[in-house]
Write a protein that binds this ligand. Sequence first.
Ligand code: ADP
Ligand code: MG
Length: 583
Amino acid sequence: MAFRPKRTAWYNVPQVSWGTMPIRLLPPDVVSKIAAGEVVERPASVVKELIENSLDAGASQIEIEVRGGGVNLIRVSDNGTGIPKDEVELAFQHHATSKIESLADLDTGTSLGFRGEALHSIAHVAQVDLLTRNKDDSTGTFVSLRDGVVTERGVRAAPQGTTATVRHLFRDVPARLKFLKSATTEGNQIANLVSQYCLAFPGVKFTLSVEGRDILHTPGSGRLKDAIAEVYGLDVAQAMLEIKGVASESGMVPVVNGYTSPPSLSRATRGYISFFVNGRWVQSRALAGAVERAYEGWLGVRRYPISVINIAISPHFVDVNVHPAKREVRFSQEPMVFNAVYGAIRRVLSERAPIPEFRPAAGFAPAPEMPELLSVERKPGAAGPLMPGPSRPDLPILRVLGQASLTYIIAEGPDGLYLIDQHAAHERVLFEKALAQQSRKAVDVQPLLEPLALDLSLKQEEALRTGGETLAQFGFGIEPFGDRTYLVRAVPAMLVGKGIADAVKEAIDSLEDEAAGANEEERIARSLACHGSVRAGQVLSQEEMGELIRQLEKTTSPRTCPHGRPTMIHLSAGRLEREFGRA
Ligand code: ADP
Ligand code: MG
């Protein structure tokens, strides 16, 4: 079989077009094994099949015109290979295809069509005209069909490529006609469908006109961002974060590429999440679930990202032959694909998105410099020999089981269960981090793009006069701005994304709050930790909870928050056994 790199999808799998194979009838044993069914449900299905034929023919330009919601007219023109003149009529036979010869070809091929059903089916529910010129033919071929039968044929001048014109869809199938929605709704479905192909094939120049209006016009630049700009608008395209997958050496791991929105950009429906598997647009609740999971902790309830996700995977792992309209695919290694999608998005979000609670950059960098000896001195209760390694001797390695009441992390240790207060635990982590950074003079500072003007009380102004130097050591950049107004130009990085005005005022207040005990540094660190840490009521992903616990393990006093309240409750295995009457 002749493989010819042709399709202009941008992603990184070998693209093949099947144009050099003649059109043939599939053998009956193959026919009986392909997922048969209604290919043409509605006008959008016709558009889909015709676009896929154009793409399979290697077109770099595809023009689509729709009238009357697609019922009156659908016309798809391409500049692809065209159909050889002596195969044109064969193309309309049931199960005539140039794309596969046997089922085995489905395992290696990436053509969008393969069943040889579309032209045949469309010609039975509509009036079809086809004008095509194959690259090896000097003239074009024209055929017209009614009820699947050729009523007119001829030779015509034509550019290389194919134009299929479909009129009066379902005119003789009243059951179908009745089931269609308004022309506007059907037109919108077509526009959505074409948008998906624009996103899947940024290298192809698409134009779509609906009821005489130009709806879409992609440049065919090959840059996905340009296609996104056309489909979702320039501002969305500019905000989107790029997902750059790297092919594994074995080529066995799916490669995930595309764009996904930062958490600041979300929608109220899942309708802006698109998946393409080897260039094929697929709808999959499971894949959408992987994307939603990746945004856990970043997006609120019932908010969804805008995502364009291309999955390049060896065709061996994909079964495209499960749905008549090929809308769904089945993966033989489903968890591998979901993990690849989840991981790719999660990575981009944590690297590029404004920092949520537990990202290392905003307050979770481990504090390995914390001297072990000091920690033992500070903890009279610490038992056992001083072990090297990151874990505190009095906090075992914990495995996160889940989150309760959006407040407590449920974890399992070698001796029973632990309930960890997420806010208190994070406070402990940030408290020690702030102190460690201050004493090392290596504070993570976040300059503010816009200085924040604060009006201070007299008392606060007084506190700032005496304690301003210490505040600066923690990363606060505060300058007088006349009267009692001050400009905050920088804050400790752990406050990013928090209510900064309140945090600054409380830090200033803490300078004076001698009643709270402890020294000035500890009071500031405590107030920072309180403001910087995750709140009760906030959803945390498994990964974030795991990260929090790992950081907690590294603190010197993991069992209490800086205010002295417990960070965790331990239900020992023995206690559980007693309570359940097992012991
Ligand atoms: P399938 O796409 O599953 O092969 P179709 O009924 O859609 O079945 O098309 C039948 C055949 O007609 C294709 O295999 C292809 O050889 C040819 N064909 C259809 N549309 C085009 C086109 N736009 N350009 C080139 N060849 C086409
Ligand atoms: Mg087809």
